[in-house]
Each structure stands twice: as structure tokens, then as C-alpha cells.
Design a protein around this ligand. Structure first.
Ligand code: COA
Ligand code: NAP
Length: 269
């Protein structure tokens, strides 16, 4: 069980909030009383997420859109705003990942990840900015250790997530005086997620990851949610432009070493 926060009467939008970590974040805000809207590509995932959020007693809405498509993002955010009012909290976490050498993927593969992670984050923040509560709104980008640790077979993700953290920092500078805060949360390896399934698919790889985390265990989506809720709470009223690892110490070095194990995961070209 996470910490206790109260977001009743507040509106939270989670881009990419239909599975894994981001869904855990959406559910935590729902449990804390917020109205929650989620967006992702696949209608069936959107419907399942909304049903689950409503099952927690929250008012919830979902939108099927690709973050690479600015007009679709703008339309979805507009519809959520019309229904739930200004966004108190925006979490942007849609992303894609696979292990591949820079020369072991096509130019289109690299572009796909940059378009989802980096351009998608810009699209979501750009379209959400006029709809955010100001002053008082909180934006959280979901980053990754790849943003600051060069990692084998992750050139696409490293470059995209480094850009995401720069969106966080420049956004914090440009929007600070409007009373809008922007921060990044950097998850460590989180249990039961698509991301870790792709990067550590075997039991041996799972154990190697655990060995590489100073705290010796995987994290939980609820632990990422706790940090997002803290950032959105008055307790973090003076925190902006921060990039905060929530990773059991993984980004102190272990995360980077993990990349060496990716060789065997590469798709034959
Ligand atoms: N190794 C090398 N290239 C790969 C790859 C892999 N494991 N997986 C996909 N690609 C390439 C494809 O071959 C394609 O390139 P091509 O057109 O030159 O053949 C390109 O990436 C785009 O793939 P496609 O499946 O057409 O794109 P998409 O837009 O449907 O999917 C991805 C985007 C590739 C990022 C996909 O993995 C995805 O949707 N991921 C979301 C879920 C996820 O990654 N979760 C973890 C969270 S970080
Ligand atoms: P996940 O379950 O695959 O979550 C990705 C979400 O984004 C899904 O809801 C997916 O739904 C959506 N999405 C993907 N591409 C999209 C697009 N083009 N447009 C709109 N939505 C899209 O993965 P996860 O592992 O929980 O990762 C969540 C976030 O945490 C990511 O930002 C990831 O980089 C970060 N992270 C994860 C870990 C980890 O341990 N898993 C570690 C560090 C950082 P659809 O398929 O329906 O689009």
C-alpha cells in the first residue's frame, strides 16, 4: 500500500496510462479520489483501463490516440478537458523500447522510438499546456535511466529519453512563473511490466537485474505512483525541473551494466 494522498475533486490526465507503470499511476490517483483520463493507441486497452479505474470508484474516461499524431492528441485532451475541466495533473509516459544495436535497426525503427517518446511527450505537453490549472498544475514526465546513462543497444531510447528530460527542464523554466511545475520521474526496473519483459525476459536475466540494484529487488508501479503523487501534492510546491530516480539505486551504475546482457536479445536482422 502506498502513501496517503487526497486528490478528490482534481483532474488527472495520464498519456500512455493503459498498462504497466502508467496504469499503476492512474490507479493510484483514482484511489486518491481524482477524476482520471487515460490515452493510448489501442481501444481495447483503453476500455479495460477505464473499466478498472471506474471499478476503483473513480470518474474515468479514455481516448484511443497515437501520441505521434498531434491532432489526435489535441482532440483527446480537448475532449477530456470538456468533460473534467482543467487538468491539475498531467503524467506523460507513452513510450516504446526494444534492444537493438544502432546498426542493427532500421532508420524507421530509431525514428519510431524518438517519435513516440520525445515527440510524443512534446505533443502531449504542448496540447495540454492551455488546459492545465495555472497556478498549481503539476506535469510529470516518465523518463528512464537511459536518459543519462549511455546503455548498450539503447541508442534510440537514450537519445529519446535524454530529450524528454530536457523538455522537463526547459518546460520548468518557461512555465514556472505561470505556477506550472514540470518534473521527471525515472523508474528503476519495475515488476510485471512490458518494459522489463522486453529487456529481461528470462529468469536468469531477472536475477541479474536484481543483483544490479543496490536495494536488491524490483520496484513496484505503486512506488512510481507515490512519487508522482508527491510531486503533484503541496509538499512538492517548490520542486520543478527535477529529474528524480525512483529506482532502489539502480541508476548509480547497475542499470548501465545491464545493457551488456542485451546482445542475446537482439532480433536477427
Ligand atoms: N529490433 C529492431 N527493430 C525493431 C524491433 C526490434 N526488436 N522491433 C521493431 N523494430 C522496427 C520495425 O521493424 C520497424 O522498422 P521497419 O519499418 O524498418 O521494419 C520499426 O521498428 C517500427 O516498428 P512497427 O512495429 O512498425 O512500429 P509501431 O509503431 O507499431 O511500434 C514499437 C513501435 C516498435 C516501439 C513497438 O515496440 C511498440 O509499440 N512498443 C510499445 C510498447 C513498449 O515498447 N513498451 C515498453 C515501454 S518502454
Ligand atoms: P507499457 O505497459 O508498454 O506502457 C506503455 C504505454 O504507452 C501503454 O499504455 C501503451 O498502450 C502506450 N503507448 C505506447 N505507444 C504509444 C503511442 N504511440 N501512442 C499512445 N500511447 C502509446 O510499458 P511500461 O514498461 O509500463 O513503461 C511505462 C513507462 O515507464 C515508459 O515511459 C517507460 O519508458 C518507463 N520506464 C519503464 C521501466 C520498467 O521497468 N518497465 C523502467 C524505466 C522507465 P498502447 O499499446 O495501447 O498504445
Amino acid at each position: 500500500m502506498g502513501m496517503t494522498f487526497d486528490f478528490s475533486g482534481q483532474t488527472v490526465f495520464v498519456a500512455g496510462g493503459t498498462s504497466g507503470i502508467n496504469l499503476g499511476v492512474a490507479q493510484a490517483f483514482a484511489r486518491a479520489g481524482a477524476r482520471v483520463a487515460v490515452l493510448s493507441r489501442r481501444q481495447e486497452k483503453v476500455d479495460a483501463a477505464v473499466e478498472g479505474l471506474q471499478g476503483l470508484g473513480a470518474e474515468a474516461a479514455g481516448f484511443a490516440a497515437d501520441v505521434r499524431d498531434y491532432e489526435a492528441v489535441e482532440k483527446a485532451l480537448g475532449a477530456a478537458h470538456q468533460r473534467f475541466g482543467n487538468f491539475d495533473v498531467l503524467v506523460s509516459g507513452a513510450a516504446g523500447n526494444f534492444p537493438a544495436k544502432a546498426t542493427g535497426m532500421s532508420a524507421n525503427a530509431f525514428k519510431s522510438v524518438v517519435e513516440i517518446d520525445l515527440l510524443g511527450t512534446y505533443h502531449v505537453l504542448r496540447a495540454a499546456h492551455p488546459l492545465m490549472k495555472k497556478p498549481g498544475g503539476s506535469i510529470v514526465n516518465i523518463s528512464a535511466p537511459q536518459a543519462f546513462l549511455p546503455m548498450n543497444m539503447q541508442m534510440h531510447v537514450c537519445s529519446a529519453k535524454a530529450g524528454v528530460d530536457m523538455i522537463t527542464r526547459v518546460g520548468a523554466m518557461e512555465w514556472g512563473r505561470e505556477g506550472l511545475r514540470v518534473n521527471s520521474v525515472v523508474p528503476g526496473p519495475i515488476d510485471d511490466t512490458e518494459g522489463m519483459q522486453r529487456l529481461a525476459p528470462t529468469e536468469a536475466a531477472r536475477e541479474a537485474v536484481m543483483d544490479s540494484v543496490p536495494m536488491g529487488r524490483y520496484g513496484k508501479a505503486s512506488e512510481i505512483a507515490d512519487c508522482c503523487m508527491w510531486l503533484a501534492s503541496p509538499a512538492a510546491a517548490y520542486v520543478t525541473g527535477a529529474v528524480i530516480p525512483v529506482d532502489g539505486g539502480w541508476s548509480l551504475g547497475g542499470a548501465q551494466a545491464m545493457g551488456q546482457g542485451f546482445e542475446q536479445l537482439a532480433k536477427p536482422q
